[in-house]
Design a protein around this ligand. Structure first.
Ligand code: NCD
Length: 311
């Protein structure tokens, strides 16, 4: 996809983008990351609407920061003080935002909500996370972080650790990796948190080879990128099931003692107890940088979708 082909497109899933599309995005993000303040105000006539029906710190604020850095204005729906509380439907709410803005970023607990929004809206819609399904901009920033810190995405060994069943960040990263040529991809989780059939089938179809392990320790000496996830407590249909896996994995300084030299630890954040605070002082702790890269990657995404630099 050339730059032009990004213009006006909905961003619902990273599956919809080719390696070349992603590389275009990563390249543009890299320019913004080098110097975010000197970016041209290429979106000064645009209004970006954020509509977050689930908690968010990084995704909502980094989209807002990205829009502001490019000169766009941002309006925010805040469902808890909007007519959503009076029972307005999602479709009607989106119709309003469609009339008030040039692009909508939506996060919603229901899978398919972003797709519905994209069908209702005439402006482009970016999925900021729909249930356990997709979180494309997170996967894009995760790939960007790997490229930036490790110099490449291909040929590296990855371990995706934790709640692969419910964490949309894990599934989306795996979908993203399927566009590249990783050396190996290990899925490491308790049995009940292994990927859903739908994710496993998609990965098979895409030809991404993975293996399923119970312990990170078995492969830690060979892994370049450890991608840790929070147990998505809010998505368990049965709280007893959550209780069974709560605290079942945790990365600490000592669990990383045998990690490969030069390897990195990533986490979409927020962390709970799966990632010890003591890890922050290790050179491999890359998750705070990763969170910061959310701004340049989302600048690139907004700029490409709204056609900023090409106008
Ligand atoms: C993730 C999410 O919301 O899916 N957070 C994020 O966007 N940075 C991961 C999580 O909530 O565990």
């Amino acid at each position: 996809m050339s730059r032009d082909a990004w213009a006006g497109t909905d961003v619902l899933s990273i599956l919809d983008f080719s390696r070349a599309d992603i590389e275009t995005l990563l390249k543009e993000a890299s320019t913004f990351a080098d110097n975010p303040k000197s970016a041209k105000k290429s979106l000064k006539d645009e209004i970006v609407a954020t509509a977050f029906f689930e908690p968010s710190t990084r995704t909502r604020l980094s989209f807002s920061a990205a829009a502001l850095r490019l000169g766009a204005k941002v309006i925010d729906l805040s469902p808890d003080v909007s007519s959503v509380l009076k029972g307005e439907s999602l479709a009607d709410t989106i119709r309003m935002l469609d009339g008030y803005s040039d692009l909508i970023v939506i996060r919603h607990p229901s899978e398919g909500a972003a797709l519905l929004a994209s069908e209702v809206a005439t402006v482009p819609v970016i999925n900021g996370g729909d249930g356990s399904q997709h979180h494309p901009s997170q996967a894009m920033l995760d790939l960007f972080t790997v490229k930036r810190l490790m110099g490449r995405i291909d040929g590296l060994n990855y371990a995706v650790v934790g709640d692969i069943r419910y964490a949309r960040s894990a599934a989306s990263l795996l979908y993203g990796l399927s566009k590249f040529k990783p050396g190996s991809v290990h899925l490491i989780s308790p049995e009940s948190l292994r990927p859903r059939d739908e994710v496993r089938d998609t990965l098979l179809k895409l030809g991404l080879k993975t293996d399923q392990l119970a312990n990170l320790d078995d492969v830690i000496a060979d892994v370049d990128v450890i991608y840790l996830t929070r147990i998505q407590k809010e998505r368990f249909p049965d709280p007893n099931e959550y209780e069974k896996v709560k605290g079942s994995y945790r990365i600490t300084k000592s669990s990383l003692a045998r990690a490969k030299k030069g390897s990195i630890v990533l986490h979409a954040l927020p962390r709970t107890n799966e990632l010890a605070y003591e890890v922050d002082s290790l050179p491999s702790a890359a998750y705070m940088k990763q969170a910061r890269f959310g701004v340049p990657v989302r600048m690139a995404l907004l700029d490409l979708v709204l056609g900023g630099s090409t106008r």
